[in-house]
Design a protein around this ligand. Structure first.
Ligand code: HEM
Length: 262
């Protein structure tokens, strides 16, 4: 009896794993995911090192709620405000999705700053992670751009005048300022063309660029490994590092440029 139950369990297990094996054999995706989820990190990492993943989660929430909002929002001066009112009052759970997107924007930006502060305090921007810091700076600028372009979309008084102020501030930047202001405004005054422009930047250009940069950012995190906290004996700049895993020498051992690593 026990043997028969065990046999059935094995059969069930095999049936459940069949699609996973099928996918792995043809794509290697499952192995890749396992490598990503179960890779080794220093033993003394800290809760503060979850801030990057928290930022990623906030970005995903913004993406999902944004896609839902885009199904109902109408980017035209005559309809924008009314469509937002409709989302809030008439669409099922629209108030929740809109609220999550609106408050989530602040959460995303606050988390980005906290994550950047962690990276700075842990010295994780130092060699060999400078490029990841530079990518982070681009992510920060684009994240702020998302906040700025999204603010106009409700097309109410606050949105309108905040955008007037924002565009005028951009216009005061040396050399490129007037061109940026002209590009953002898309005409002699803030109107129909500005709204279309901001909508396109907010829901296509910037999220696409942010998603691409996040992929690159995470690729570098995996390639270079995670930095130990400053109180660790393996902290960035201490000269001591974990042994280089087989087959990846030269990628993970921080050392002077040109030095030979095994
Ligand atoms: C959309 C925004 C961002 C996302 C989703 C993101 C995500 C992540 C994740 C998941 C990690 C690995 C875990 C961790 O260290 O927390 C990481 C590491 C890192 N991030 Fe970000 N990040 C973002 C913005 C930034 C910004 C604004 C900077 C700095 C200007 C930055 C610089 C770095 C660096 C240098 C590392 C490597 C840290 C280490 O090796 O310990 N990131 N990021």
């Amino acid at each position: 009896m026990a043997a028969r139950t065990q046999g059935r369990r094995a059969q069930l297990q095999q049936a459940a794993l069949y699609p996973v094996d099928w996918l792995e054999e043809r794509s290697g995706l499952v192995g890749g995911l396992k490598y990503f989820l179960f890779r080794k990190v220093p033993g003394d990492i800290n809760w503060m090192q979850t801030l990057g993943s928290a930022t990623l989660t906030a970005f995903l929430v913004q993406t999902i709620t944004g896609v839902v909002l885009a199904m109902y929002y109408q980017p035209h001066p005559d309809t924008a405000y009314e469509s937002i009112r409709q989302i809030t009052n008439d669409v099922t759970l629209g108030w929740l999705v809109r609220g999550m997107h609106r408050w989530g924007a602040s959460v995303f930006i606050i988390l980005m700053f906290l994550h950047m502060a962690r990276v700075f305090l842990f010295g994780a921007y130092k060699y060999p992670r400078e490029l990841n810091w530079i990518i982070g700076v681009l992510l920060l600028a684009m994240g702020l751009g998302e906040g700025f372009t999204g603010y106009l979309l409700p097309w109410d008084q606050t949105a309108y005048w905040a955008t007037v102020v924002g565009i005028n501030i951009n216009g005061t930047a040396p050399f490129l300022g007037p061109f940026i202001a002209q590009f953002l405004q898309g005409g002699a005054e803030i109107g129909e063309d500005t709204l279309s422009r901001f909508y396109s930047l907010h829901m296509l250009v910037l999220p696409g660029a942010i998603a691409g940069l996040i992929v690159l950012h995470l690729h570098l995190v995996i390639r270079l490994g995670v930095t130990s906290p400053p109180w660790s004996k393996d902290a960035a700049g201490s000269g001591k590092v974990d042994p280089v895993p087989e087959g990846r020498s030269g990628l993970m051992r921080p050392g002077p440029r040109g030095s030979v690593t095994k």
